[in-house]
Design a binder for this molecule. Structure first.
Ligand code: ZN
Length: 135
């Protein structure tokens, strides 16, 4: 797996990684060390002791703030999908069958093959151009 930080982005602030970026997390949802430090400090603050979510509570955000987060959520979804596809490719390199991959995901062999047999899209493309509606 390519863990070069420049091909990933922080799922919390949206910044693209640089050569010096370090991430916490995995599964495609990543947190840069700046966000990690910030969230740790906010969670440790006594006034936030009872809070379950910091910075992402829909009850505290305006419509504009919620709309502004849509691209970040979408980008994280694309990144998680890219991570999944890369992970499946690594499994396939170990000669694990699509039937086994499908079983692990709770789908048929055919469904696994249809979803994962095409090449992994480079970061930032997400295959959206080919699937964009024409309206
Ligand atoms: Zn960040």
């Amino acid at each position: 797996m390519n863990f070069e930080p420049t091909v990933w982005s922080c799922s919390f602030c949206g910044r693209n990684g640089t050569a010096d970026t370090r991430y916490a997390g995995g599964l495609g949802a990543l947190m840069c060390t700046d966000c990690l430090d910030s969230f740790c400090a906010e969670f440790a603050a006594p006034e936030n002791a009872s809070r379950k979510v910091i910075g992402w509570s829909d009850e505290e955000l305006s419509n504009i703030e919620m709309l502004a987060r849509l691209p970040l959520i979408s980008a994280t979804g694309a990144q998680v999908d890219r991570y999944l596809r890369t992970w499946v490719n690594l499994i396939r390199e170990r000669h694990v069958s699509y039937a086994e991959i499908g079983k692990a995901l709770g789908v048929s062999r055919q469904a696994a093959w249809e979803r994962f047999s095409r090449p992994v899209e480079p970061a930032g493309t997400n295959g959206e151009a080919a699937a964009a509606p024409q309206d």
